[in-house]
Design a protein around this ligand. Structure first.
Ligand code: ZN
Length: 541
């Protein structure tokens, strides 16, 4: 025996169990199960210890219940005679302090003796506090070993970041690949990069809400690159894209923005413009004035032939009058949709929609009261739901940390870890998406509901008397899925206004609204849902 064996095996300890452990898939030479076992078998022979049982264990020392470990403790507990537990080294035995209680109990009862081969440490009932301390230090350093592995990974990631290298999945519009030296790198995705660029440019025109740019992204078949099922892109993903500095040459790492080495898809001025629009620093088209004239339909109508958003332009005729026309943007190539005068469409809508909306002021007040009460009730429900989902998210966070521990302990390999990380991230995103549904009901929303009812009540009048900006706002509220096909506008009337439209049929019937109030209770709900959506979807217009 080497000199480092300062501690003495007790006289009455004649039998042993051998405890050899590896984390799954761990294949370090010398630490493998066979190697551990052989060394300790020899050790037991030299020390005159009869081996009662061999434990060859594949389990993590830091995660899970450590079934085998506990089984082994139970086994030695049952022995009539004192039993040595022979282990290769402390970190093969344990990396956590919480098992010490059980083990210390058995030591105190003189049921066991602990033999740590590598450390040359034997612990029993008579161990000095110095030896106990060495044990503690051993566990501590095993823990530190895990921590240092973690540090190594973090260091290498930090190093790569400092070189401007992206770690992890490339943002949409880029692809992860390997360079000629087989090192991970990121390149522009030949298929999606042009789409991403186009979307930035489109949004920068100021004529898009987040919803319309999202729709455009879907039309351009920008699929969610992470999904194997080629699911179309989510609104959140589009928002994340528009706010990701990666596209002009910087990446966000731990909350800091640092330059990266990959090809930018756009320049910074375009990115900044988009950020200004998103943050509301810059106003959207509805407040913008083009050629001295704001347009009622800007960004609202699409071409029925090719799906492009129609733009508006003014033409000055020789008689000195200015006319407004709608024109197909032709973003997707040639299109045979003709120029159409704005007044043609306004006339169509006036006839089909605005002249038919009727809602009297008594009903407006009743609906307002009804909806406000509904909002208050919903606020309470939302608070409960939010709390539940937040708890779920916190559970996921805990799980993520645990899985990381398992990985660093060798319990799973990198690909399993990565896969689990992706799973957890997906679930978390899903929950975060769900939590959005239960957003706070702000005073702003409550005010908007009132505004909308007032607007609905006076829609017809607004269309006749107001300026193009107000018209546009009203049109945006009332209509959806607007397509221009030749001279004809195809459209849907948004809930809840479709219900209001039928009012004119009953004109002349006294107290129509009061008799039909039941029919309007779902209307109240529609208005609320509709406006919640507006709030969430629309940035600007
Ligand atoms: Zn077209």
């Amino acid at each position: 025996m080497s000199k480092k064996y300062q501690c003495i095996q007790s006289e009455n300890c004649k039998q042993a169990v051998i405890f050899a452990r590896v984390s799954s898939k761990e294949q370090e030479p010398g630490a493998s199960l066979d190697a551990q076992h052989d060394i300790m078998a020899e050790y037991c022979q030299k020390r005159g210890l009869a081996v009662l049982k061999n434990y060859r264990v594949i389990e993590s020392s830091t995660v899970g219940k450590r079934t085998k470990f506990n089984e082994m403790l139970e086994f030695v507990k049952k022995q009539k005679q004192k039993t040595a537990i022979v282990v290769h080294c402390i970190d093969r035995f344990q990396r956590r302090f919480n098992e010490c209680v059980a083990v210390e109990g058995l030591l105190k009862e003189d049921k066991i003796e602990l033999h740590f081969y590598k450390e040359g440490l034997i612990l029993n009932q008579n161990s000095s506090s110095a030896d106990i301390m060495r044990w503690d230090m051993g566990i501590l350093s095993a823990k530190m070993y895990i921590a240092s592995m973690r540090d190594n990974v973090n260091r290498s990631m930090n190093y790569n970041w400092s070189l401007g290298k992206w770690q992890g999945r490339a943002p949409i519009g880029y692809l992860n690949t390997r360079d000629e030296t087989n090192k991970a790198t990121v390149i522009a995705d030949p298929e999606r990069a042009p789409i991403v660029k186009k979307l930035f440019e489109e949004y920068a025109t100021g004529c898009h809400s987040l919803r319309s740019i999202w729709k455009l992204a879907q039309e351009m078949n920008l699929d969610s690159f992470r999904s194997k099922t080629k699911k179309s892109i989510s609104r959140v993903a589009v928002y994340n894209m528009l706010t990701n500095p990666f596209y002009y040459g910087e990446m966000v790492v731990k909350g800091q923005v640092i330059p990266h080495i990959y090809e930018p898809l756009i320049d910074k001025s375009l990115f900044d413009k988009v950020q200004d629009l998103l943050s509301g620093k810059k106003i959207h088209c509805k407040e913008q004035v083009y050629g001295g004239l704001p347009f009622a339909f800007r960004g609202l109508i699409k071409c029925a032939h090719c799906g492009c958003t129609l733009s508006e332009e003014t033409h000055k005729k020789t008689n000195g009058k200015t006319y407004t026309y709608l024109r197909c943007g032709r973003l997707k190539g040639p299109c045979d949709q003709e120029l159409v005068s704005e007044s043609v469409i306004l006339n169509q809508l006036d006839e089909e929609v605005f002249s038919k909306i009727r809602i009297n002021s008594d009903i407006v007040e009743l609906l307002k009261k009804n909806i406000q009460q509904r909002l208050i009730d919903e606020e309470k429900v939302n608070a409960v739901m939010k709390r539940q989902i937040t708890n779920e998210i916190e559970k996921l966070n805990v799980r993520e940390r645990r899985v990381k521990d398992v990985f660093f302990d060798g319990g799973i390999d990198r690909s399993e870890w990565e896969e689990e990380k992706v799973n957890i991230e997906a679930k978390r995103k899903e929950l975060q998406k769900t939590i959005e549904k239960y957003a706070d009901i702000t005073q702003e929303i409550k005010d908007t509901v009132n505004d909308v009812l007032d607007i609905a009540a006076s829609a017809s009048m607004i269309m006749k008397t107001s300026d193009p900006l107000q018209k546009r706002e009203l049109l945006g509220l009332l209509l959806s899925d607007c397509y221009l096909d030749g001279q004809k506008l195809i459209y849907k009337i948004q809930k809840p206004f479709d219900k209001l439209l039928v009012g004119s049929k009953f004109e002349g019937i006294v107290d129509f609204h009061k008799e039909n109030i039941a029919a309007f209770s779902s209307l109240a709900n529609d208005i609320h849902v509709y406006h919640e959506n507006m709030k969430r979807l629309a940035v600007g217009c």
